[in-house]
Design a protein around this ligand. Structure first.
Ligand code: CA
Length: 736
């Protein structure tokens, strides 16, 4: 049976507009569709009209069938985007195809909403019944009207700004969870908060991560069987990682599973942790051990298993945290937990004895694939360590892994029998520095990837290249008020020189065939960092870049079909949904995160700026006004300080130890955090009261009085002024 007007069968028509108006109030769907016409341009008007027309023709066909069918769900029809990865399998693939490879040229801006933020925005917006729920800097939550971007409510959890001191990677948040009229939010200061979805008022607020320790939460909560699951971060500072499950209604703790063993003298919480302790040496528990599950948590309702990825250990270097070696379970691992009680069912350690900041926290994706002729339920990860892993998610059995970027040096491959990496002889050198690829930022980080089941390809935001790891600090002892990566910041050896002369890192969007473990196409990007990915049935892949350009590519061959200048660097993944029969795409725009604030040299063009939310549809043509941002002209030293080269060198080392993670390598900021080379005379006169006295704590600049002396602060100040002078008079500039 097909429509007499358009020759479409109900199935193909359903694919065209994802059939929301069919089964969920058909008349209402048409009214909504028509009402929207007035607000948008003529081309969209025509398109809407034709959709309405199609509806009339198709309704007669479809209504009878719909009466008996189950109500449409977000998972099935793509109308709403109500979960972090859209569906439980977190494939980030939408069946919507109203926007497709033929008409993508007509995609334009419907509305934009300025948030007034200057830090990284990483959230996946959730969309339900025409309302967008998302998060911004400092764990602030927003609800917006999807039709026009009007802010319906804002909730600020009032995270103490002093917390900026004990987070690794900017004051970011990756989004909320929705369930039964509530919005769930994890906060930078380690709380889980339930908000009323209509009003944004808090319903309950629990501290889930000990606030006396440097825990943080940046990841999005997930809903599992009436519980809210949340992990935590802090392995770079020294904590013990865990996943917690809270009753969604009451906020009561249901279970908690630690990822690394604690002090054996206190007894182990489980047999799994008791056996894990055999893979550690020394007194690892003093620094916490690490293994924080700070991003990926995925639920498989069919197997009733929760999967989570765990981070690096504390310290980064195995020789420091576990003298004598060992695998150090369960850091850098993929864990499968029983959903009802959190008990460990299986584990796969991605990087045994991890030593290079290769967290295994990257997005986990579930799929059913045919491998060697057999249907397998798999879990996939494009891991920070450069290998793309496919495991059997029922058993944890290793199926395959291949490097998805070029030039991986830490391991030559993964042994197919044992599933363990074949480490290179150069990957570790005791207490000496090594040059290794991937770099600690990883070949792929938290940026979500997407899987299109029709092309069979996984689209991965990837980074290629190596980095020098500083030598471990032989005198390291854990101190939870500071970084505990354990590196020797004063190290300035020949390996660093070798690294600095090696080719710069590069960024790529890679289409990967997970069955054959091979690249099908790859787009070379103008910068190292690029944002999360969305795939749609329109044969499209969407991704933003750190220079602020939002792009759409053809899913089958990677040809770029469309781009839009969003005005500020993009990290977050876009989402898509239907509203009144129209397909929309919504994206958070805001530059920062670890890559943004560290500003590693050679990262390519990036665009710091104000944060905003953008929404696109076919035929729309709203103009984006981009407010000016940043400094004009080169910096120059605002005051003069008498400082010896030795003092400036000391300031360089101290800056690298305490300051660069926010203010940028070499005092060059490429984010919303102040570029100190432009600091005014007034700032320099207050320098000590800012750094030691906490005079700007309310803006996110905490006091370092427990870590630095007055002389050391003056050395840092002298180094900053020397960097401003170097920028004002670069060696290559000639006198006129
Ligand atoms: Ca890490």
């Amino acid at each position: 049976m097909e429509c007499g007007l358009c020759r479409l069968t109900p199935n193909s028509y359903r694919n065209l507009i994802a059939h929301v108006p069919f089964c969920q109030g058909t008349q209402f769907g048409q009214v909504e569709t028509k009402r929207k016409i007035s607000g948008i341009s003529g081309r969209l008007k025509n398109m809407h009209l034709s959709i309405s027309f199609l509806l009339v023709g198709s309704l007669a066909i479809s209504i009878g069938a719909c009466k008996k069918s189950t109500p449409a769900t977000a998972a099935g029809d793509g109308a709403d985007w109500t979960m972090y990865g859209r569906t439980n399998d977190e494939q980030r693939f939408s069946p919507l195809r109203q926007i497709n490879e033929q008409n993508i040229g007509q995609l334009g801006l419907v509305w934009s909403r300025e948030l007034g933020t200057t830090r990284g925005l990483e959230a996946t917006p959730l969309v339900s019944n025409g309302v967008i729920y998302t998060t911004g800097e400092w764990s602030v939550a927003y609800a917006l009207d999807a039709k026009n971007g009007k802010i319906l409510w804002t909730f600020d959890p009032k995270v103490p700004r002093t917390h900026a001191r004990t987070i690794c990677c900017d004051v970011v948040n990756r989004g909320v969870a929705l369930y039964h009229g509530k919005v769930y939010l994890g906060t930078l200061d380690g709380r889980l908060i339930a908000l009323d979805a209509k009003s944004g008022n808090p319903v309950w607020d629990v501290v889930i991560a000990g606030q006396s320790k440097p825990y943080a939460i940046t990841g999005a909560p997930r809903i599992v069987k009436g519980m809210v699951l949340i992990g935590n971060a802090g392995s770079e500072f020294g904590v013990r990682g865990y996943i917690s499950a809270y009753d969604a209604e009451s906020g009561k703790l249901v279970w908690r599973t630690y990822t690394v063993p604690g002090d054996p003298a206190l007894g182990f919480e489980s047999k799994a942790l008791e056996s894990a302790a055999k893979t550690w040496h020394g007194k690892w528990w003093v620094a916490g051990g690490g293994g924080t599950p700070w991003d990926a948590i995925v639920y498989d309702p069919e197997l009733d298993l929760v999967y989570a990825g765990t981070g690096n250990g504390t310290a980064w270097y195995r020789e420091l945290r576990s003298p004598g070696g060992g695998d150090n379970l369960y850091i850098a691992s993929i864990l499968a937990l029983r959903a009802s009680d959190g008990e460990l069912v299986w584990h796969y350690q991605v990087t045994p004895g991890e030593n290079w900041d290769y967290d295994a926290t990257q997005p986990l994706m579930l799929a059913d694939l045919k491998i060697d002729g057999t249907a397998r339920k798999v879990i996939m990860q494009a891991s920070k360590n450069g290998f793309f892993y496919v495991l059997d998610r029922q058993t944890g059995q290793f199926l395959s892994a291949k490097p998805f970027v070029k030039g991986v040096t830490w391991a030559s491959g993964i042994d197919p029998k044992s599933g363990r990496p074949v480490e290179s002889a150069t990957a570790r050198d005791g207490l000496n520095a090594v040059v290794v690829s991937p770099a600690p930022g990883g070949a792929h980080n938290w940026y979500p990837m997407a899987f299109d089941p029709t092309t069979g390809l996984v689209y991965v935001p990837a980074r290629e290249g190596s980095s020098a790891l500083h030598a471990p600090d032989k005198h390291w002892t854990s101190n939870i008020t500071n970084w505990n990566r354990g590196e020797d910041a004063a190290y300035d050896g020949p390996l660093l020189a070798k690294f600095l002369s090696s080719p710069p890192m590069t960024g790529h969007l890679i289409a990967w065939n997970p069955v054959e473990q091979r690249e099908v196409w790859s787009v070379s990007l103008p910068q190292v960092e690029s944002g999360g990915v969305l795939a749609t049935a329109g044969n499209l892949v969407f991704q933003g870049r750190s220079d602020g350009v939002f792009c759409a590519y053809r899913a089958t061959d990677g040809k770029k079909l469309w781009e839009f200048n969003a005005g500020t660097g993009i990290m977050a993944p876009p989402v898509t949904y239907l509203l009144g029969g129209v397909q929309y795409i919504t994206l958070m725009v805001g530059w920062g995160g670890a890559a943004g604030i560290n500003n590693i040299p050679g990262s390519g063009p990036v665009t710091p700026g104000f944060g905003r939310i953008l929404t696109f549809a076919l035929g729309a043509n709203a103009r984006l006004e981009i407010p000016p941002f940043g400094h004009q002209g080169p910096p120059s030293p605002a005051i003069h300080m008498n400082a010896t080269p030795a003092t400036i060198h000391e300031g360089d080392i101290l800056f690298t130890r305490h300051c660069f993670y926010c203010h940028g390598v070499g005092v060059v900021s490429s984010s919303g955090i102040p570029d100190l080379r432009y600091a005014t005379a007034e700032t320099h006169h207050q320098f000590e009261s800012i750094v030691l006295g906490g005079a700007r704590e309310q803006f996110g600049m905490p006091s370092f009085k427990d870590a630095l002396t007055r002389d050391q602060v003056r050395a840092i100040q002298a180094y900053i002024l020397s960097r401003a002078a170097a920028a004002a008079h670069p060696p290559s500039s000639k006198a006129p």
